[in-house]
Design a binder for this molecule. Sequence first.
Ligand code: UT7
Length: 325
Amino acid sequence: MGARITGMGSYLPPKTITNADLERLIHTSSKWIVQRTGIKTRHHLNSDDDPAIMGIEAGRDALSQAGVSPNEIDLLLVATNFPDMICPGSAPFIAAGLDLDQTPFFDIKAGCSGFVYGLVVANGLIHSGGFQRILLVGTEALSRVTDWADRKTCVLFGDGAGAVLLEGAAPGEGILGSALHADNDKALLLYLPAGGTKFPATESTVKNGDHYLKMEGAGVYRSAVPMMESSTREAVAVAGLHLSDIDWLIPHQANIRIIHSLARRLHLDKDQVIINVDHAANTSTASIPIALDEAARAGRIKHGDLVVMTAFGAGVTYGAVLIQI
Ligand code: UT7
């Protein structure tokens, strides 16, 4: 027995930042941002907002959609790259907000592929028979690690969270195939240097901006499409299916050009690809569950549909999961 999704939820903070807002802050243009990325707006937390609120709201939505109460969950998994605190992470704060009592929790850090990795972890744990209901949250407060002096990155990211409740599936339902991969040679394509144990916080790390996210955009771009293409093909093959069987593709929402190029290489119709990068920007681990929840609530993705979710990100990690909704 593997896992199926029985509830979904998402949360985007109410404050939106438009490209025109960014034009007033930094040397950029809305035209450049839309042409290069497809992004028109992104959502940001206010500076005094608690980041945990996003995962709590998304998790609550997913539980209420499934009609499951918090004390019926066996495990909370939180995929995030920029936790509320380096220790103890994000999961305990989301668990507290959801009123989970003694439920175990842990964070998963696997770059923007964290949600896809989380699906595979949850599927394995449910398959093992040790867990019946796992709440998987992808949440990211990227505005808190954005360098506003770096126009190559600051226009790209947004805050948000998405969640799914996973429960046991009958054979032939739920997660049907998956593929996870990584390439450690590319670890420094996307990273946040300081604040960990390698470069603890000092006056000079703060002065140098080493607590902000750094990215070699072109390098990430070059790797992203082949990585998501190969893992999508592999996940579909593992399930014994063909790309022509797939109803929907939900790629990590990093850049519209990456998404279109992936769809072309997979010979999928543009209408089969779920896209929300235009209004949510890149929310890292949250991008796939937010896009999934939005598409399901809009009546596009329906019960029984075959959906491939694929991502790539810091590490670098990449992978795909094929799931029947
Ligand atoms: O979650 C995974 C994480 N990241 C990604 O998926 C990002 C993948 N990479 C990308 O999406 C693209 O590489 C970017 C959108 C980040 C950049 O697009 P690009 O086509 O690779 O641009 P570039 O970095 O080669 O820069 C081209 C030009 C440069 O000007 P010059 O040197 O040619 O005069 C940049 O300085 O665009 C300039 N530029 C900007 N101009 C206006 C860079 N950022 C901006 C900006 N506004 N915000």
